[in-house]
Design a protein around this ligand. Structure first.
Ligand SMILES: Nc1nc2c(c(=O)[nH]1)N[C@H]1C(S)=C(S)[C@@H](COP(=O)(O)OP(=O)(O)OC[C@H]3O[C@@H](n4cnc5c(N)ncnc54)[C@H](O)[C@@H]3O)O[C@H]1N2
Ligand code: MOO
Length: 347
């Protein structure tokens, strides 16, 4: 029997998620924990900048009243008179599911077990977005264990819960049935590769609050792609970003890419500014440009396809091959500080 959830396109899934995501008021965090967070309200400095005559160095002088002004979080320490700052509120928790999944620190893998690749990856990705994630451990594939972990997220009153695994069609895939019993599933299948069984639900919490739940597929790459495409924009909106979607640029392919007639693919690639890093017919080998180099085989179990990936190429759902040299839309998932240096391909 097929899934009862309609397959929806990714832009629709993203729109549903953002519609359900609210800004949540403010919380105080120590200044040093405010990296990546958005100020809840403007902060005004009582001091002039610079706070003493330094015109030789700085090239200007101000009177005290001219020096006051609003600061982003990065400038907050200079704004002064505080060791805490009010930022947009929001809490996040994470649960791995799977009988076969074990803590990565185990010395030797037993038969039929696999180290948990998703937990550290997703907790780190949420940390990059400014959230310290509560780790709720590993739930076994039993109704009781998954329900127990969901209940502890509810008891903690977290605003966002991210889970991996247990969202497909097996009789031990408990995430969807439990979310349906405890809340509302907004979608349970998305037309995307990888990540088809991606699930999004909302659960009502006391005092009119709600918890957003992202049931990401267990395959490590599927969870990585789904996190960036669907959960990250929600975290950004909750954090106060006015425009929380991934930034799209247009780049040229350095490799041929085979397309899939069944699903649009989010192909992991490294975007770099360089001469063309491969030999592409008709391309001037001495000219610089923005090139996307595929990370190789894109199987959803091959986490190496995420290594060095700073972009997801939006490969259309159709048959045939997109030849190297074609221009494609690309979603940025990292800053570009780590991209290969141009001179690395131009000694
Ligand atoms: N009848 C159907 N079966 C499946 C469908 C379908 O449409 N109909 N879709 C397939 C697709 S596509 C995906 S993606 C998977 C996702 O299923 P689950 O979310 O239930 O994932 P699991 O079965 O729990 O795990 C999949 C795979 O990944 C490994 N895994 C899981 N968690 C981790 C982890 N934390 N660290 C490392 N590896 C992990 C797990 O061992 C499995 O090998 O469903 C298909 N099935
Ligand atoms: O949609 Mo699944 O993520 O292809 O393996």
């Amino acid at each position: 029997m097929g899934s009862k959830f309609p397959m929806i396109p990714i832009p629709k899934a993203q729109a549903i998620v953002l519609e359900q995501t609210r800004a949540l008021g403010s919380e105080a965090v120590p200044l040093q924990d405010a990296l990546g967070r958005i100020l809840y309200a403007p902060v005004t400095s009582p001091d002039s900048v610079p706070p003493f005559p330094a015109s030789v160095k700085d090239g200007y002088a101000v009177v005290a009243n001219d020096g006051a002004g609003d600061f982003e979080v990065a400038g907050e320490a200079r704004a002064g008179v505080m060791d805490e700052v009010q930022v947009q509120a929001g809490t996040v928790a994470y649960i791995t599911t799977g009988d076969e999944v074990v803590d990565p620190s185990v010395q030797e893998l037993g038969p039929g077990t696999i180290r948990d690749a998703n937990r550290s990856m997703l907790i780190a990705a949420a940390a990059q977005a400014g959230y310290q994630v509560t780790d709720l451990g590993i739930a076994r594939d039993t109704q009781g264990d998954v329900a127990g972990c969901l209940d502890s997220a509810i008891a903690k009153g977290v605003d966002v819960l991210i889970t991996t695994g247990g969202v497909s069609m097996g009789d031990r895939d408990w995430v969807k049935p439990l979310l349906q019993a405890k809340g509302t599933i907004h979608f349970g299948r998305v037309l995307m590769k990888p990540g088809k069984p991606l699930t999004f639900a909302t659960l009502e919490l006391p005092q009119g609050r709600q918890m957003l739940v992202f049931g990401l597929p267990g395959n490590p790459v599927s969870s990585f792609v789904c996190f960036h495409l669907v959960a990250l924009p929600a975290l950004r909106k909750m954090a106060g970003w006015a425009s929380p979607g991934l930034r799209r640029v247009h780049v040229r392919l350095a490799n041929d890419i085979k397309m899939d007639p069944e699903r649009p693919e989010y192909h992991r690639a490294t975007l770099q500014y360089s001469k063309c890093p491969t030999s592409v017919p008709g391309v001037d080998a001495s000219a610089y440009g923005w090139w996307a180099l595929s990370t190789g085989k894109q199987a959803s179990s091959r986490l190496l396809s995420a290594r060095s990936a700073n972009t997801l190429l939006e490969i259309p759902q159709t048959s045939g091959v997109l030849p190297a040299g074609s221009t494609v839309p690309a979603l940025l998932i990292e800053d570009l500080q780590g991209m290969p240096e141009p001179h690395a391909v131009d000694p």
